[in-house]
Every structure is written in structure tokens, then in C-alpha cells.
Design a protein around this ligand. Structure first.
Ligand code: AMP
Ligand code: ZN
Length: 467
């Protein structure tokens, strides 16, 4: 079956064929590292992870770039409020971001360019836009003239009114109704403090939009396959990226634009500015399993809004539990010589349905429904009859391949701290010496840290307790 994505450009489902056979180049707008990302941000990053993993599932080699916005209005404000250098301020949140990515099993991209490391490329791009007549200087800053790019608005469907021509906006974020010439380069003023670069186009700093154009074109070329982000980035960020890039190169910038819908809470967008958010660390401190959060975020279709509730998170945790129990059962089941054609067919049919659903614009709810139907029916078969080694391998291969995309079934990737590992070792030693009292005490100690302790023939096993 052909892989299809809903392209925001043109708003239709299109067959995905990359520019270079077998290779996909994609750019994802990364976090602005000025705060701990909330789980709304992670909805978008989990969607991008599913996209990346599914492209690999389909056999593509993926080169993914995720930038780190370490200079913009928000990062400068934050560092000034704390009175620490910008780099030190952004480093703290960059580190936290990578910790969260690991906890959510978001695969690493190939590159994480920092905006501050590409200032030269940005300056070059701005210069080119001035030379070509798309940009002009005003009060020390440089602006993009949106009337010069005839296709301005083609992504968001915006039509620029006459009145807006010539009006300027220096801030990075603004609304569609306020479409204006936007700042490519912001001339230094006192509010920037010591954050500036002395360049050929003046003393100042880049605007947010030019960062992504410069970094993506430098790292994956002037035209690439996929660009992603949350829907809030369609305007102005992505519209402006297109205007800058296509005006500079005269070529199509991006072939497929994929945008994920918002995570909401009580009917409103989860947003830092509204204060209605949960960070991943808040949820893990409440003993929620990060993989339940991952599951919750991926269980809705990425283009449908999702409302966050604790009941939903609890249901996600129990779904993860069901998937894991089945995966464990499948792994440990004893086999005989009896081949089950029924199980073989059931496995094939589930796998086909999973792929068909994912091929259709990453339809995760349908893909998960096929998986849960399978678990119910396969459990019945396993209860009633014996299966062969062939059946078992076939089942395990399918689950393994599916989990290379979902990454929620395996428990082995769980991060167990060295302290807990030491306790596990001591407990196994105590059990070997039949010192049950000590083994029980250690079990309690481990449980207090939020783990479920299981005795298995291979020794003590622990997994994070989820609620
Ligand atoms: P930021 O760090 O604010 O630049 O955002 C990082 C990513 O998170 C962007 O792709 C945003 O579109 C996305 N995002 C922000 N809020 C939400 C939300 N409530 N739901 C889904 N994605 C979001
Ligand atoms: Zn961006």
C-alpha cells in the first residue's frame, strides 16, 4: 500500500514519495529552550517520533533535523530575569529536554543545531534577501516585505489586505490578523543587553523565523521532503519560513508540511502562557509512567485535538499494561509441535491492518484498535490450544516490528538507577542465602522508590509502578 500524508500545503491527502529514493530528509521545529516543555509540546514531539519511526518501518533512511531555539525574545527575557548568561540559561533547559526525550522514548534526531551556531548562515540569507529586493532596513532592523513574495499566505490560506502592506512587526509571535512585514534581523537595543552579533548587516540578532530557514537549508538542502510542527506554527512561523526560503532560492522549500493538533486541557490549548500545563516531570513525580504519557499522546490521531485528563492518562496506563502483559505472555509461552494456522492468519491480518492504518496518514487509533482486537483473539487461541515455535516467532516478530514504531511494549528500556540496581543485586544475594527477612526489607525499599518487584526464575525484576 502507498504511504499517504495529509499535506497542510493544499490541505489534501497525498502519496508520499521522497526526492531521493529510499531517503527522507525532514526538519522539525524544536523547542525554545527557555522553560521545561509541557506535555502539549511533547504531543508534537511524540507525533514527529511516530512519523520518523514509521518512515524507518517502511524502509526509508531518515535524516531528521531538530533545531534548538536558543535565541529569541523568550530566551533573552528569561536569562535577563535570572541575571545569568543566555548560554547558561538555555543549557539548563536543553539538558532537561533531552532527559524528557529519553523518558518518552523519542528517538534522537540526526542533528540538533543550535540557532546561535548558525548566525553566519542567517546573515548570508538576509543579505541575499536584501540583494534580491525582498528585504529592507528600518530603524536598524531588517524586515521582509511580504508584498514582494506573491505567494505569501499559501500555507495558511491568508490573504493580505492592502492596509497591511508596509506595516511592520518586530516581535517573533503575532496573529494572522496582524500579518505584517516581519523582522529578519533585529537591530540591537538596550533590552537585548549583551546578546548581539556584530555582522555585515549590523549589530543585532536574528529573528526567530530566519533561524529555521537558514539551518534547514544548510543541513538538508534548499528543497527537502518533510517539515513538521504543531498547528500553531503554521502562521506566522512556517508561512514566513516559506517566504524567506523561496524568495532566496527561487525553489520550492518543502514538499510535505505535516502539522499536529493541540493538546488541550479543559477545552483550551495547553500553553505556557496560559499556565494550564503539566510538565513531564510533574507527572512522573506523581508516579505516572512516562510511557503511559507517550501512549496517551500517540493514541489519538495527530490531526485531531486531544483533551488531557487524568482519567485518560490512567486509561493509557492500563492499555500499556495490557500490551505489555501480552508481549510478556508471547515471549514466555512454551511451544510444541502443533502449528496453529489460525494464529498465523490472525497475526498476518493484524499486521496488515496496522500497516494500512499507518499508511493512511499515520492513523494510530485504527492501528491500535487492530492490535487490541488481536490481543483479545490471540489470547483466546493461546488459552485453548498449543502453538509451535514458528507461530511464536511469527507473533514475536510482528509485535517487535510494531513496537519499533509505537515503543510502548518493551519494559527493558526502562531506566533503572544504579542505586536500585545495587538493591536488586543485594536482594538476589539475600534470596540466594535464604535470608527472607532481608530480602523483604529490600523489596520494601525498592517499592518505596515507586517500583513493582517481581520474583522470577532469573532473579528479581522490577518495573516502574504506574497508577
Ligand atoms: P515551543 O517550544 O513553544 O517552540 O514549541 C515546541 C513545539 O510544541 C512546537 O511544534 C509547537 O507547535 C508545539 N506545541 C506547543 N503547544 C502545544 C500543544 N498544546 N499541543 C501540541 N503541540 C504544542
Ligand atoms: Zn521553526
Amino acid at each position: 500500500m502507498a504511504l499517504k500524508f495529509f499535506n497542510t500545503m493544499g490541505r489534501k491527502l497525498e502519496e508520499f514519495v521522497p526526492l531521493e529514493q529510499g531517503h527522507v530528509r525532514m526538519y522539525t521545529c524544536g523547542p525554545t529552550v527557555y522553560n521545561y516543555p509541557h506535555i502539549g509540546n511533547y504531543r508534537t514531539f511524540v507525533f514527529e517520533d511516530i512519523l520518523r519511526r514509521y518512515l524507518k518501518f517502511k524502509g526509508y533512511k531518515v535524516i531528521q533535523i531538530m533545531n534548538l531555539t536558543d535565541i529569541d525574545d523568550k530566551t533573552i527575557n528569561g536569562s535577563q530575569k535570572e541575571g545569568i548568561p543566555l548560554a547558561k540559561f538555555t543549557e539548563r533547559y536543553t539538558k532537561a529536554f533531552f532527559e524528557d526525550l529519553d523518558a518518552l522514548r523519542i528517538e534522537r534526531a540526526e542533528h540538533y543545531p543550535k540557532a546561535t551556531e548558525f548566525i553566519y548562515e542567517m546573515v548570508r540569507l538576509v543579505k541575499k534577501l536584501i540583494e534580491k529586493g525582498y528585504a529592507y532596513k528600518s530603524e536598524g532592523s531588517i524586515y521582509f516585505d511580504i508584498t514582494k513574495f506573491k505567494e505569501y499566505g499559501k500555507l495558511s490560506g491568508l490573504v493580505i489586505g492592502e492596509l497591511k502592506a508596509g506595516a511592520r512587526v518586530k516581535v517573533d509571535e503575532y496573529k494572522k490578523e496582524e500579518a505584517r512585514d516581519f523582522a529578519l534581523w533585529k537591530g540591537w537595543d538596550a533590552t537585548d543587553g549583551d546578546v548581539f552579533w556584530e555582522t555585515e548587516i549590523g549589530k543585532g540578532r536574528p529573528g526567530w523565523h530566519i533561524e529555521c530557514s537558514a539551518m534547514s537549508m544548510k543541513l538538508i538542502g534548499e528543497t527537502f521532503d518533510i517539515h513538521t510542527g504543531g498547528v500553531d506554527l503554521i502562521f506566522p512561523h512556517h508561512e514566513n519560513e516559506i517566504a524567506q526560503s523561496e524568495s532566496a532560492t527561487g525553489k520550492q522549500f518543502v514538499r510535505f508540511w505535516l502539522h499536529s493538533e493541540h493538546l488541550k486541557i479543559e477545552g483550551q490549548k495547553m500553553a505556557k502562557s496560559l499556565g494550564n500545563f503539566y510538565t513531564l516531570r510533574e507527572l512522573t513525580a506523581m508516579r505516572y509512567d512516562p510511557i503511559a504519557v507517550r501512549y496517551l499522546l500517540l493514541s489519538a490521531h495527530y490531526r485531531a485535538q486531544l483533551n488531557f485528563t487524568f482519567e485518560g492518562l490512567q486509561q493509557a496506563a492500563s492499555s500499556v499494561g495490557r500490551l505489555r502483559s501480552f508481549a510478556e505472555r508471547a515471549e514466555s509461552i512454551a511451544t510444541t509441535n502443533t502449528y496453529s494456522i489460525k494464529l498465523q492468519q490472525l497475526t498476518d491480518s493484524m499486521f496488515r491492518k496496522f500497516e494500512e492504518a499507518m499508511d493512511t496518514d499515520l492513523d494510530t487509533p485504527v492501528a491500535l484498535a487492530a492490535l487490541f482486537d488481536y490481543i483479545r483473539d490471540a489470547n483466546r487461541i493461546l488459552d485453548a490450544a498449543k502453538i509451535s515455535e514458528d507461530n511464536k516467532q511469527h507473533m514475536l516478530d510482528a509485535l517487535h516490528k510494531i513496537d519499533s514504531v509505537l515503543s510502548v511494549m518493551k519494559t527493558s528500556e526502562e531506566k533503572i538507577s544504579p542505586e536500585i540496581q545495587e538493591l536488586i543485586k543485594k536482594r538476589d544475594q539475600a534470596r540466594a542465602k535464604k535470608d527472607w527477612a532481608l530480602a523483604d526489607r529490600i523489596r520494601n525499599e525498592i517499592s518505596k522508590e515507586g517500583f513493582v518487584v517481581q520474583d522470577t526464575p532469573a532473579g528479581t525484576r522490577v518495573r516502574r509502578e504506574s497508577r
